[in-house]
Design a protein around this ligand. Structure first.
Ligand code: GSH
Length: 231
């Protein structure tokens, strides 16, 4: 059995790719261009009617998977890993995964696609300023949770799909939208979160996943743009 991941460099697919690498499961990756010929093509819309990346094909499933958190939850469950099943801590896993998806990541989309959230482009700088404050508040919550839960991973001693998701979000908010981002010094205000990012960016699966999308170096704490255009 082999998964198929549809991707564009540094898009949300990178979270799934890191997890596939961490699980050491076979997968093929198919690049999709970010235009009407790619992501908005009739063929791609049959995979995800929203026209968004990522999409994962799992031969065991009746339909393609979309939505980053849904794919992460599916992979964690299918492989009984990241985190290993633990009924007592299932609720903690779910609540942070959903927080990342419907609060942090959703706010990042307002930053990246601001023109879709205003009727007057002049409103964009103020909107982004407000969303940056929200994102900083979200990062403070995550920092406190990491510090509380033994200081390494979001859920405590066990690494989970949530850690890869957090790290990618923190990377993106330092890079996108170009010219209007948080800076590494903003992230340094959150020592436990910074520790997680440093630990994670040194992991082989993370370096392998990013290298496959043309991205190298300290991908979370000193992020740089991929060689190809994104977002
Ligand atoms: N809620 C979606 C958001 C995914 C998302 O924002 N994907 C971006 C790439 S990082 C995308 O496809 N953007 C194109 C668009 O919004 O038109 C998820 O969690 O998968």
């Amino acid at each position: 059995m082999s998964y198929t991941l549809y991707y564009s460099p540094d898009s949300a697919n990178i979270v799934i790719r890191m997890v596939l690498e961490a699980l050491a499961v076979p997968y093929q990756a198919i690049e999709v261009d970010r235009t009407v010929d790619g992501q908005r093509s009739p063929a791609f819309l049959t995979f995800n009617p929203q026209g968004l990346l990522p999409v994962l094909l799992d031969p065991s499933q009746s339909a393609p998977l979309f939505e980053t958190a849904a794919i992460l939850l599916h992979l964690a469950d299918q492989h009984a890993a990241l985190p290993e099943p633990d009924p007592q801590h299932r609720g903690t896993f779910l609540k942070w995964l959903f927080f990342l998806s419907n609060t942090l990541h959703a706010d990042l989309r307002v930053l990246f696609y601001s023109d879709r959230y205003v009727t007057d482009a002049q409103a964009i700088p103020a909107l982004r300023q407000a969303v940056h404050q929200r994102v900083l508040a979200h990062l403070a919550l995550l920092d406190a949770q990491i510090a509380k839960s033994a200081g390494t991973w979001l859920l405590g001693e066990k690494r989970s799909v949530c850690d890869y998701y957090v790290a990618a979000c923190v990377r993106w908010v330092q890079l996108y939208p170009r010219g209007d981002t948080l800076s590494p010094s903003d992230i340094e205000k959150f020592p436990a979160l910074l520790g997680l990012l440093r630990t994670l960016e040194a992991q082989a699966e993370v370096q392998k996943a990013y290298a496959a999308e043309g991205i190298e170096g300290k991908v979370f704490t000193k992020p740089d743009y991929p060689t190809q255009a994104v977002v």
